[in-house]
Design a protein. Structure first.
Length: 330
């Protein structure tokens, strides 16, 4: 465990039991988040970003199997926690904004009832009056018009964008140590996206809250984070301080991902990364990116690469091209 780490994930594997076998979704994920740090996780849809975050909060579905690995929160082992310990963990100011607000909200309770219940559960407010004021203030902060009325509304009475902002308000009211935001701006229009991102940035700065931002938008990651992990098919393939990652990407997948950003100035269509994420029921034995990698070597399909240092401070890459350290060997 690194000293000062708020969250540390070591060699985490998560599989899902499905009809006819196992989907080996996470394959040895490593991740460290320091107190007050803003960390981005980028990668294609289906690469395991959300599963990794659900493991931190221990909210994985019942068919999940964890064959190896550990998740530490403030130095405590999360995976072995039961009942009361888990309740305490979730009461320590950890909040998550989910991608799908419809699934995250209960249709039979009003917005106000749900926010106040979350505040009570997270031990973030005192009595009912204080909880109501906190809920109203969070709705206002999330740029929702007429918060008094919205408190009395049921989720089905709101638009998709408004429901997402209610989820954001809930997280803002309770996140004190860690805010996990899973594609928080997907359903919002550009103006509201900007407001929400500014709000999250302010929360992190003013309260010293750590942020884990899951996004497939490289622009959002660049704007919002200090450190970026690039994830591919259930493994972290590169980690670097944000500016360095965007200026000097090393892993062939990261390079492809950055080339897939459309250019405003023209210059042809974005190149992207040809091919698809592998089948998790039968993933490649070595580097999971090998079937799509134009630089693959014999060792790549035999052995999974570990993280290698690259010479840049905090810049590491899981690719055999960098096995010698300090630069590519090919
Ligand atoms: Fe490509 Fe091999 Fe590096 Fe994987 S380990 S990204 S296959 S060169």
């Amino acid at each position: 465990m690194e000293s000062g780490a708020l969250v540390e994930i070591r060699d985490l594997a998560v599989w899902y039991r499905v009809y006819g076998g196992l989907l080996k979704v996470l394959d040895g994920v490593n991740l460290t988040v320091a107190s007050g740090q803003r960390v981005g996780i980028v990668g294609e849809t289906g690469c395991g970003k959300t599963t990794t975050m659900k493991a931190i909060l221990r909210i994985l579905p019942r068919n999940a199997v964890l064959p190896r690995g550990e998740v530490m929160f403030q130095g405590r082992k999360v995976l072995g926690m039961r009942g009361r310990e888990l309740q305490e963990l979730r009461g320590q100011g950890v909040a998550m904004i989910f991608q799908d607000p419809t699934a995250a909200l209960n249709p039979v309770f009003t917005v106000g009832q749900q926010i106040m219940e979350v505040i009570k559960y997270a031990r973030a407010g005192g009595g009912p009056r204080e909880r109501r004021l906190m809920a109203l203030s969070a709705l206002k902060e999330a740029a929702l018009p007429d918060p008094e009325r919205i408190m009395e509304n049921y989720p089905f009475q709101l638009s998709g964008g408004m429901r997402q902002r209610v989820c954001i308000a809930m997280a803002l009211a309770t996140a004190r140590t860690l805010l996990i935001a899973d594609e928080p701006t997907t359903n919002l229009d550009v103006t509201i996206q900007d407001q929400v991102l500014r709000l999250m940035r302010r929360l992190v700065q003013e309260k010293g809250t750590s942020l884990i931002l899951i996004t497939h938008s490289l622009g959002v990651a660049r704007e919002m984070t200090d450190l970026v992990y690039v994830m591919y098919a259930g493994t972290m393939v590169e980690v670097a301080p944000t500016d360095e990652l965007f200026e000097s990407p090393l892993h062939p997948y990261t390079v492809g991902l950055l080339r897939s950003i459309p250019k405003l100035t023209g210059g042809g269509i974005a190149e992207g990364v040809p091919g698809r994420i592998p089948n998790y029921a039968d993933p490649p034995a070595g580097c999971r990116f090998a079937p799509r990698c134009s630089r693959a070597m014999a060792i790549c399909s035999e052995r999974k690469p570990e993280f290698f240092d690259t010479g840049g401070v905090g810049h590491r890459v899981a690719c055999w091209l960098f096995a010698a350290g300090g630069g590519a060997v090919v």
